[in-house]
Each structure stands twice: as structure tokens, then as C-alpha cells.
Design a protein around this ligand. Sequence first.
Ligand SMILES: Nc1ncnc2c1ncn2[C@@H]1O[C@H](COP(=O)(O)OP(=O)(O)OP(=O)(O)O)[C@@H](O)[C@H]1O
Ligand SMILES: [Mg+2]
Length: 207
Amino acid sequence: MAQKIIQRGAEAVIFEEGMDVVKCRVKKSYRIPEIENKIRKLRTRGEAKLLERAGKFIDVPEMKKVDEVAGTINMEFVKGKKLSDNLDLLSKEKQEDVALIIGKNISKIHDADIIHGDLTTSNMIFVDVKMSRVFFIDFGLGFISKKIEDKAVDLHLLKQALEAKHFRNFGTLFSKVLEGYSMSKNSENVLKQLKKVEMRGRYKDKY
Ligand SMILES: Nc1ncnc2c1ncn2[C@@H]1O[C@H](COP(=O)(O)OP(=O)(O)OP(=O)(O)O)[C@@H](O)[C@H]1O
Ligand SMILES: [Mg+2]
């Protein structure tokens, strides 16, 4: 079947194959082959599991096939706009809608103890057909945890990513994210912890 490469990253090559997206973990020649194969298997399995689990709570691409040995995950191609390139181009109202959905999405996965691990707008696709939806992708750095700290760090990474990439409207965007997140059963504790995480960050920068 015809393949078209979408992105070639450090860890994975992403290509289109028919109606699917295939994420293929690339081989790293500097690793010992047996270890390399084990790592690839574990990471592929981990990402596929999280994708399936997250799909019970929020919009993610539907998982179609996993091949742990080959290191590939086939999933639905989500037709939409990657938020890293498009968020700033949307109207203010749409941007706020999107930020609210992002916050709600995070609250839902966190309530299921899923930590995304790489919450940036490059890992979010905006679909605006009939209603606004934000698909989360790339659970490659994700893990399962009940810890408030892990949830706070997840939010902190998103805050930093928004500040760096979408600084024009950062304040409003992040407050909308938090508004959405407030539906989480642990939101108060996570936000308290977020403050601590941020204090730590500042302290580290200074000394
Ligand atoms: N299901 C999908 N539908 C549409 N586009 C996708 C899909 N999955 C990935 N993409 C596109 O490919 C890009 C890279 O995918 P992804 O973020 O999963 O890989 P990565 O960042 O290279 O991987 P990793 O962070 O694990 O090294 C995305 O930013 C997006 O543009
Ligand atoms: Mg990514």
C-alpha cells in the first residue's frame, strides 16, 4: 500500500497508509539489538494500551492494530488541524472553546489515572465538524499514576508549552484550561500541587 511520511522524529516515523496513520518506532543503531528490541516492544505496548484506555474517556484516534515486534501502531487518521500551527489563527472565542475542551479532556484522563506525559499543542488535533473536539495523540511518554504530583506536573508542562508557543493569549488560554479541569474530582488538590511545582521551578531557575 502507498505510504506517505508525515513526520520523522527522534523516536518514531509517522506515515499515512490508506485511511490509517502508522506510528513506527525507529531502530537506534547505537543500542544493543536485544535491548533495543525489548525497549521497542515495551514502549509500543505501553503507548497502545494508553491510547486504548484514554479512548474510553476522551477523543483519541481509534486504535486499529499493534505489532510489538515491528514497533508499529496503526490508528485512525484524524482529519483536523494540529493545534500547534493553528490555535493562534482561530477566533478568540474558538481559542477559548478549545482551551476549555483541553482542560476537560485532561480532567477526564486524570480521573482515570492516565498521565499523558507530553501535553503540548503538537499532540492535539482540533476537529470542528458539527461541534468542536480536541483529539489527544502521542501517548508515547504517558503512564498510569494516581499521584497528585504526576497530575500537577502534566498540567505544568502544558502551561509551559502554552506560554512558549501561544504567548499572545496565554493568560486566557490557561485560565480556560483550568476552568475545564475544575470538573476533575481532584482538581483542588492538583491545583495546590501545581503551585508547589511552579515554586520549585522558580527556585531552580534562580540558584
Ligand atoms: N492519528 C493521527 N491522525 C493525524 N495525524 C497524526 C496522527 N498521529 C500523528 N499524527 C501527526 O504526526 C505527528 C507526530 O505524531 P506523534 O506526536 O505521535 O509522534 P512523535 O511526537 O514523533 O513521537 P514521540 O513523541 O513518541 O517521539 C503529529 O504531530 C501529527 O501531526
Ligand atoms: Mg508528538
